[in-house]
Design a protein around this ligand. Structure first.
Ligand code: GUN
Length: 295
């Protein structure tokens, strides 16, 4: 039994991060400015708090100007919109990220639409979505998780993905839809599967590339995946792990990792696969945004 290639997101993220650090130093030398990132968190969702802390820490480690705004869950929509207006006008801030999900009394799409497209480092603004889907991705800011997933695929399979059958499982605006656009631009034959897809196992069995982004622990079983296929598991799900002790948990992806070991070609682990790439791509977008605004 040959072991699959384990796609080491942590190591690949570290090399991308080094490159970003070098480019940020060059920017500082040529303009006297650091890339500036503002991260906004509304409410006390523990998972969001972890992500936001990690984004702020990484930005600081890279020598970026990083500002974190933590607002209570009771924050009114107009207050949040006002803050975004201020950040839009701040010349030291080149990237704005509003952590999702927002509390239900706030209109998420209204908030995302107010962020200036050139500062939209999540790539969620309709202008950036349009640029990506119409094939002008060099002018867009691309959503971080799918962009990081594409880099992992290219590091694993080489830069030419053309003609490969790619199945993206999940149709979210954050991952599934932009991932499908990116793979289509790489000339893959792309299928977007979702909760209403008929015969999901058979759809996935046709894939050379599987990108799993459904948010359901180990939903995709090993025998749904073709021999030699490459699997990118975007899921990060926390399950109880009583074997580790009272109240302990473990992280699992959307794919049953152990069932894949015998036959897949390459697979991302959870944790240590896509996760580290997402944060690094946010830093890459912030640097890109800064260079465009300062250039
Ligand atoms: N919540 C989960 N993923 C993301 C992301 O990529 N960006 C933002 N802003 N919020 C998220």
């Amino acid at each position: 039994m040959t072991q699959p290639t384990l796609i080491d997101g942590k190591a690949i993220a570290a090399t991308v991060r080094d490159e970003i650090g070098r480019r940020a130093s060059e920017l500082l030398a040529s303009t006297g400015k650091r890339p500036g990132l503002a991260v906004v968190l509304v409410g006390e969702d523990p998972a969001s708090e972890v992500y936001v802390r990690s984004k702020d820490r990484t930005a600081n480690e890279l020598g970026f100007h990083s500002v974190k705004h933590t607002l209570p869950a009771s924050t009114g929509e107009s207050h949040l919109l006002e803050l975004i207006g201020t950040l839009n006008d701040d010349p030291d801030i080149h990237g704005i990220l509003v952590q999702l999900p927002l509390p239900s009394h706030i209109d998420e799409s209204k908030v995302l639409r107010l962020i200036k497209p050139e500062k939209d480092v999540d790539g969620f603004h309709p202008v950036n979505v349009g640029l990506l889907t119409s094939g002008e991705k060099d002018h867009a800011l691309i959503p971080c998780t799918p962009h990081g997933s594409l880099i992992l695929l290219k590091r694993t399979l080489g830069s030419d993905l053309s003609g490969l059958n790619a199945v993206v499982v999940g149709r979210s605006n954050i991952v599934g839809k932009p991932m499908a656009s990116l793979l289509l631009q790489e000339s893959c034959t792309v299928t977007v599967a979702h909760s209403r897809t008929k015969d999901l196992p058979d759809v996935i069995r046709a894939a050379d590339i599987v990108v799993a982004a459904v948010g359901r622990p180990e939903m995709i079983r090993g025998d749904w995946i073709k021999r030699g296929a490459t699997v990118i598991d975007v899921g990060i799900n926390r399950l109880p792990a009583p074997e580790k002790g009272e109240g302990k948990t473990r992280l699992v992806g959307d794919v049953a990792f152990r069932e894949c070991q015998s036959h897949v070609g390459a697979i991302t682990p959870v944790p240590g696969g896509v996760g580290p790439m997402t944060i690094v791509m946010l830093m890459a977008n912030t640097l890109t945004a800064a260079r465009r605004q300062l250039g």
